[in-house]
Ligand binder design. Structure first.
Ligand SMILES: CC(C)(COP(=O)(O)OP(=O)(O)OC[C@H]1O[C@@H](n2cnc3c(N)ncnc32)[C@H](O)[C@@H]1OP(=O)(O)O)[C@@H](O)C(=O)NCCC(=O)NCCS
Length: 332
């Protein structure tokens, strides 16, 4: 079976920059606390009326230009997001309409911070089996409309930002492209990081009582330290799994691009693997955690900074709500 490879990549962040100091105007926090605990200096927030598919469209158009393909060449659209434009239909369908194409399959993948890698694994399989030859894979999030921007929600709110990234995948030459993908989940930890409402368990799904509660279930809830401990275990595990599967070792890696959850997580993972700073790419300082968008956003910037070159071995790795975790090993 043939491998797939990334033919083009694009990204988009909204114009509005929200610094840590800006957040101190709406909640009790400080630039020092946020930088020390997370490495984040600023993030981007979208304007009113902008959905995940709107950011995804701009990223997708850039990726298609870079790949030299038209929207009409795309034969599958996969959209990873935990913040879809609407409950239904899929943001992938909304994006398809914005691209002005019809007929080709389009669906969402809702796997939070691992969403991009879950989507990439699916897209890769469609190319490997010969079912598709040009797949558009988008990761996009609008967090700013769904977080509790008060002191009550500060532990979660300061972390997240809006953004989108997209890649076009196509067939690769033997030995290059996506060498393997590795996906995992452990659902018994679902409540450690989740958004409970609106959900189908409640009748009605959304009520005034929920909105007026001391701790409204419409906002993300996270046991931060618990998530942190699992992340620093699962990241190295899944990175080593990808290397082992290909008969390679950490010393063969040219660049690790971890999902941007927290700079301290990335640093602990890198030091545990004995990877020097120049073999790990981080940009969380400027975007925060953009969930399904964080890996393509980081990969885009790594390529722009000439940190990814032909022949390089690049590992993408993620961990997030679910819990879910994943990796992809790419020969560039
Ligand atoms: C959330 C996280 C940054 C918190 O860092 P931490 O070092 O664990 O902080 P703690 O939980 O020990 O909180 C320390 C104190 O800071 C306070 N605090 C929390 N958020 C704050 C904020 N934004 N500003 C100021 N103080 C804050 C807490 O209330 C706590 O106060 P207390 O000691 O009086 O109770 C960290 O746990 C983390 O990054 N976890 C993983 C999150 C993640 O990656 N999520 C996405 C999944 S991929």
């Amino acid at each position: 079976m043939r491998n797939s490879r990334i033919l083009g990549i694009g990204c988009c962040v909204p114009e509005r920059v929200v610094t840590n100091d800006d957040l101190t105007e709406v909640m009790e926090t400080s630039d020092e606390w946020i930088q020390q605990r997370t490495g984040i200096r600023e993030r981007h927030y979208s304007g009113d009326g902008v959905g995940a598919a709107d950011l995804g469209l701009i990223a997708a158009q850039q990726a298609m230009r870079a790949a030299g393909v038209e929207a009409s060449d795309i034969d599958l659209i996969v959209f990873a997001t935990l913040s879809p434009d609407v409950d239904m239909p899929a943001s992938a369908c909304l994006l398809q309409a914005k691209l002005g194409v019809a007929g080709v399959p389009a669906f969402d993948v809702r796997n939070q911070c691992s969403g991009f890698l879950y989507g990439l694994a699916i897209a890769d399989k469609f190319i490997k089996t010969g079912t598709c030859s040009r797949v558009l894979m988008v990761g996009a999030e609008i967090h700013s409309t769904g977080i509790d921007l008060t002191t009550r929600g500060r532990e979660v709110a300061v972390i997240f930002g809006d953004g989108a990234g997209a890649v076009v995948l196509g067939p690769a030459e033997p030995g290059e492209g996506i060498l393997s993908t590795h996906l995992h989940a452990q659902g018994r930890f679902a409540e450690k990081l989740w958004i409970e409402a609106p959900g189908t368990r409640a009748r009605p799904r959304l009520s005034e009582k929920m909105l007026e509660a001391d701790d409204p279930p419409i906002f993300p809830k996270m046991e931060g330290r618990y998530v942190f401990r699992h992340a620093v275990t699962r990241f190295p595990e899944v990175i080593r799994e990808a290397l082992d599967a290909n008969g390679l070792g950490v010393q063969d890696l040219s660049l690790l691009i971890p999902h941007q959850a927290n700079l301290r997580i990335s640093q602990l993972v890198a030091s545990g693997l004995e990877l020097p700073d120049d073999k790990v790419f981080n940009n969380i300082d400027r975007y925060g955690n953009t969930t399904a968008a964080s890996i393509p956003l980081a990969l885009y910037e790594a390529i722009q900074a000439n940190r990814v070159k032909s022949g390089d071995l690049v590992c993408l790795a993620a961990f997030g709500a679910g819990f879910t975790w994943a990796s992809a090993l790419i020969r560039w």
